[in-house]
Design a protein around this ligand. Structure first.
Ligand SMILES: NC(=O)c1ccc[n+]([C@@H]2O[C@H](COP(=O)([O-])OP(=O)(O)OC[C@H]3O[C@@H](n4cnc5c(N)ncnc54)[C@H](O)[C@@H]3O)[C@@H](O)[C@H]2O)c1
Length: 434
């Protein structure tokens, strides 16, 4: 099938490359000429494991190409995906739909024959109706159907998630659109990924409900971790103890510094706003948002306490900046709030991250960046582990101890064992473990 992807960011580029890999003919479009020029030179603008080879092999096979020319790429497409950003709107926290609406107008002007327009961006319930209205206004004669198909991939494991999803949710009641969507995803449901067809509004809400539920699970275990610290219990054992119950499940029960990233913060906020507007407030989600916001600065207070009550003039080493391992994405990373609070308190920060330092520099211009993990620790009064990259899980602890001025380690991801760290002479603090 001929597929056009509007927006070539984390979602557009990964889904475009995966659809090409299924055998479809895919054109990825972006407004950002620099991004398209880089892709045409064979450079991948983001860090996502396996994406460079996937893109290269499909470009070589002639199934994947990149352009800034939206109209020409849409004219012959059977399916056009909208995968542009939907960030939080400044001021009120609603999803900013200006990119989606602009894409809808541009697509409407360009379609040829029957075209299925698929919203892959995460959008508030009712956005499909608005996209349809905008398109109909621009092209009263146009033959098209607007479908919702939210994306559930995780950065860092995006290709595997796209190719082996737990489910594919498709919101449409149009039989012609349903056929096109079945054909697009046929390679996946032959491998038994359930294709769940729903009404469009239901599909839009499934995405937000899923993210809000996962954010709630993380926030729940984070609060249990705080209680563990007060009562002398161990949160990892509590998580295992509850997670083995199939009704609960063990995933998303890792206590840490609070969720961040490009999705959970903005999606929980947008869902909360929609629910308030509909006079059907989601009290649990409101609480999750508030608890998570406070948690990041609370992590900075934990570091200050571990440093004897003050970090003024102290050198603090931070390992990990990205919001999670295996990505260079810094959007809403907990490191941003933690580092800002520590700098406010007078600390000098030296940081290292294997992939995200280029994206971090403009956001954290006042801190120093080290070329590797051990250089980062040199002469530091304390080490704070913020992102659990594999490379940080097996540090040479003798080298760590020798490099630090004081052997203080605050492990916000629980990647070391307290007993071992204390035995080796570290002052070691982690999350939810008295
Ligand atoms: N990042 C994730 O892990 C993830 C997972 C699931 C869903 N989502 C959702 O997918 C959507 C996209 O997220 P992302 O992380 O890929 O965003 P992103 O910012 O990485 O990419 C969006 C791209 O769209 C381009 N763009 C904007 N308007 C355009 C237009 N009119 N025409 C062409 N290109 C345009 C931008 O230049 C940018 O390159 C969001 O709604 C997000 O919530 C993201």
């Amino acid at each position: 099938m001929r597929v056009t992807m509007i927006g070539s960011g984390y979602v557009g580029l990964v889904s475009g490359a995966c659809f090409a890999d299924f055998g479809h003919e895919v054109i990825c479009v972006d407004l950002d000429a620099g991004k398209i020029a880089a892709l045409n030179r064979g450079e991948i603008p983001i860090f996502e494991p396996g994406l460079d080879e996937l893109v290269a092999s499909n470009v070589r096979a002639g199934r994947l190409s990149f352009t800034t020319e939206l109209a020409a790429s849409v004219r012959h497409a059977e399916a056009v995906f909208i995968a542009v950003g939907t960030p939080s709107r400044r001021g009120d926290g609603h999803a900013d739909l200006s990119y989606v609406h602009q894409a809808a107008r541009d697509v409407a002007a360009a379609i040829g024959g029957f075209t299925v327009v698929v919203t892959k961006s995460t959008v508030p319930v009712g956005t499909g109706d608005e996209v349809e209205r905008i398109m109909r206004e621009a092209r009263p004669d146009g033959d098209f159907a607007v479908v919702s198909n939210p994306e559930f991939l995780r950065e860092g494991a995006a290709i595997a998630d796209f190719k082996r999803p737990d489910r594919i949710v498709i919101g449409t009641e149009d039989p012609r659109a349903r056929k096109v969507m079945e054909e697009l995803y046929r390679p996946l449901y032959l491998n038994a990924a359930p294709l769940l067809f729903t009404a469009r509004r239901t599909s839009e809400l499934i995405k937000y409900a899923a993210n809000a539920y996962l954010a709630t699970k993380i926030t729940f275990i984070n609060e249990i971790a705080d209680l563990c610290e007060q009562v002398g219990a161990n949160v990892q054992e509590v998580a295992r103890g509850i997670g083995l119950d199939n009704r609960i499940g063990g995933k998303f029960l890792h206590a840490g510094p609070g969720y961040g990233g490009s999705c959970f913060p903005k999606d929980t906020l947008a869902l909360m706003k929609t629910a308030q507007d509909m006079a059907s407030p989601l009290r649990i989600v409101e609480t999750v948002v508030a608890v998570n916001d406070q948690r990041k600065r609370a992590m900075a207070r934990k570091v200050v306490a571990a440093c004897g009550g003050s970090v003024r003039g102290k050198r603090i080493a931070v390992l990990g900046l990205a919001f999670k391992p295996n990505t260079d994405d810094m959007r809403e990373a907990p490191s941003l709030a933690i580092i800002t609070a520590l700098t406010d308190a007078g600390a000098q920060i030296v940081a290292y991250d294997p992939e995200s330092m280029d994206s971090a520099r403009p956001l954290l211009p006042e801190i120093a960046y080290a070329p590797d993990a051990y250089a980062c620790l040199e002469g530091a009064d304390a080490l704070v582990i913020v992102t659990e990259w594999n490379a940080f899980r097996a540090l040479d602890l003798d080298r760590v101890k020798a490099a630090l001025k004081r052997p203080v380690v605050i492990d916000l991801r629980n990647i070391y064992r307290s007993s071992e760290m204390r035995q080796r002479g570290f002052e070691y603090l982690n999350i939810g473990n008295a």
